[in-house]
Design a protein around this ligand. Sequence first.
Ligand code: SAH
Length: 388
Amino acid sequence: MILLPARDRSARRRHPWVLSGAVARVLDAERECAGEWARVVSAEGETLGYGHYSPASQIRVRILAFGKEAPDDGLLIERLQESVARRAGDPLIGETDALRLVNSEGDGLPGLIVDRYGDVVVMKLGSAGMSARRALLTRALREATSAASGFERADTAAARREGVAVHQGSLWGAEPEPRVSIRERTRRYTVDLVHGQKTGFYLDQRDSRDLVARLAAGRRVLDLFAYTGGFAVAAAHGGAAALTLVESSAEALALARENVAAAPGVPEAAFFEADAFRFVRQDTGRYDLIVIDPPPLARRAGDVQRAARAHKDVLLFALRRAAPGAFVLTFSCSHSIDAKLLRQVAFAASLDAAVPVQVVRELGAPADHPVSLDHPEGVYLKGLLLRV
Ligand code: SAH
């Protein structure tokens, strides 16, 4: 894989992606086929590193090793073992049996996501390179985790992008039940590994769930975009006075009801299968703790302005429902909305709602979702804890 002149900067800065626009030509068409190791070479002929080749993808190579020495698949196994080992007993992650074991580029394994839910390990393959190594990764994971069963969750969008076949199903052990029970701190959740969003649960919001549990005592809580009730359950554990959940997916909301029912009793709990953007406009309730955790609203860079407006609107109306002293947690999981823009959105909402707010804390993904400094694109979840 020979790069165009002056297109070696990114690889020299150890960025793991070689984009299609940077490629001059393929070195050796026989060996550089989908998923295989490709050597990345500057226009001047210097070997910069080695990575997995994705001929169909905009991300043409995902570099796993920089420098002149050619790695082999043993490198993946080593990194996978390290990723799993690093998390064992990590005080930053804390007491939970549900966590991310491998976070793609953040763990030096671009294209590989592995989440653990109790005795089940869920693997998601997002690149031609990782898809080509399904059997190897399965063996390594089984050994590194000693989990009773392994399951592959299909990443349909990635399969299309990478030009590989969609694959979902059991990897080892008994076919796992679609629904498993997990324990995070003292909280219990039922997770649907087969039909649920992501790999079943928003593991990336654990730190913010802890925060909500700490803040919730005596508060009336509004959980917008509630999914299966991650935040609402945390609020129940924290002694919330009332819960209101709003979620557009009937399946997710049904599971949220079960999860809330299994949590410490809250005097009042209301569940709305509704569009949260519309709900906040029409609602007349008063709340002391509001969580706003929408799906990615900007899928492409071109959507940023529209997405920022949507974030602003929902926050604006939420602030009008907030009692004095209320806490509001607002999140964006769109790559193209960065922390700075989220603050600007919060500022605009606060100004238009005529509700002054303090920024109390910046929020984000927990320690089992590390981001490599070489790969800033790995940051996606941003949030603010605001106080009215
Ligand atoms: N807070 C959740 C995760 C939210 S993900 C947790 O911590 O578990 C975003 C959720 O918003 C998804 O469950 C999705 O089904 C829901 N959603 C998407 N569009 C919506 C809309 N317009 N109104 C309400 N919910 C919506």
